[in-house]
Design a protein around this ligand. Structure first.
Ligand SMILES: *Cc1c(COP(=O)(O)O)cnc(C)c1O
Length: 355
């Protein structure tokens, strides 16, 4: 193991089997600048990865006007293959997030072309060990040096790349999640459905509290009466109760995950009973008590599928079925990763080869 692509240079040497998430960066980045003088994104450039130079009054630093995305590139079966998974979904979501945050959108074609060019530039960095991939992080920040509150007039769009390790190097590790009725992630009319830094800043305190009690993630409830289940904060959430696959329906406060959408399509194609609907925490608790709760799992780009073994609500701990990874989560993980790596037919045209 630990094979390194032949043509990786000295600076590109890293141990593929020890990769974590988001610690190592490739040596190129893409930058595109926007100024309202021209009213357009100008001059895409692939440059050496370097520190940004920002005026201390740059508006991102004060009012947090920012949007980001996350997707992965995989080495495919052929040496030249570079496979992206549903990049059009990330680009469309990026632009929707931008609209909500008063940031000018990017032409989806320019976004796709430039992102592909960057990934090709650093292609020798793409890891090849099982489960590894190249994480792509497109980001836009407000750069106008100005302290009055208004949308910025200048922006920097950039994409950085980070080789990431296998999420489950030793097989699935089900996680424990803490349902909070004390903090909220997003309220109706807020920015919960935008992929923006603010949602993460707002979630850290609750996550730290959960960690200190031995839980990996927080399960968020709706802001008003804290009765219905929303999402996990970096993942959408699925339940299997009495053979119905349930995920909370979107509606403004939940991030519309690409993995969520893929899971829904695959489950529907298998003929399973699939519902996007309101699911209350009380329904979950009573399903756990009556033995009807078969599976709980999160969905997101980083883990693909993340099985949940336990949850805590109001000081009570509940185990999900026998506490082991369920069959649906296992099958979905295998199916999605096989499609991503072109090991299986891709009936939905999800994979784009940019090599
Ligand atoms: C990115 C994200 C997800 C998962 O979305 P994917 O497109 O599946 O990676 C879920 N919840 C939040 C809050 C997110 O930011």
């Amino acid at each position: 193991m630990g094979t390194l692509p032949r043509n990786r240079t000295e600076s590109q040497q890293y141990n593929e089997d020890k990769l974590g998430f988001g610690d190592i960066f490739t040596d190129h980045m893409l930058v595109i600048e926007y100024s309202d003088m021209d009213g357009d994104w100008k001059n895409p450039q692939i440059i050496k990865t370097e520190n940004l130079s920002l005026h201390p009054a740059a508006m991102i630093l004060h009012y947090g006007q920012q949007v980001f995305e996350g997707l992965k590139a995989f080495a495919g079966p052929k040496d030249t293959d570079i496979l992206l998974f549903r990049p059009d979904m990330n680009i469309a979501r990026f632009n929707r997030s931008c609209v909500r945050m008063c940031i000018p959108t990017l032409d989806p074609r320019i976004f796709m072309d430039q992102m592909s060019e960057l990934v090709r530039t650093d292609r020798d960095w793409i890891p090849r060990s099982p489960g590894t991939s190249m994480y792509i992080r497109p980001t836009v920040i407000a750069t106008d040096p100005h302290l009055g509150v208004r949308p910025s007039k200048k922006y920097l769009f950039f994409i950085i790349l980070s080789p990431v390790g296998a999420y489950y190097p030793e097989g699935f590790e089900p996680v424990r999640i803490m349902v909070t009725d004390k903090y909220v992630r997003a309220a109706m009319g807020g920015v919960g459905e935008a992929k923006t830094a603010a949602n993460y800043a707002a979630s850290l305190f609750a996550a730290e509290e959960a960690h200190s009690e031995g839980f990996t993630q927080v399960l968020w409830l709706n802001a008003t009466d804290k009765s219905s289940i929303e999402e996990v904060g970096t993942m959408n959430i699925f339940f299997r109760i009495d053979d119905e696959i349930i995920t909370p329906k979107l509606g403004g406060t939940i991030l519309p995950g690409v993995t969520r959408d893929s899971v829904l399509q695959l489950c529907r194609a298998k003929g399973m009973k699939v519902s996007e609907r309101v699911i209350s925490i009380h329904e979950l608790v009573s399903a756990a008590k009556s033995g009807k709760l078969q599976e709980v799992f999160g969905s997101g780009t980083a883990a693909v599928v993340s099985p949940v073994s336990h949850f805590r609500y109001m000081g009570h701990d509940y185990m999900v079925a026998d506490g082991k990874t369920g069959q649906v989560a296992r099958d979905l993980f295998d199916e999605i990763t096989d499609i991503q790596l072109a090991k299986k037919p891709d009936p939905y045209g999800w994979v784009v080869n940019v090599g």
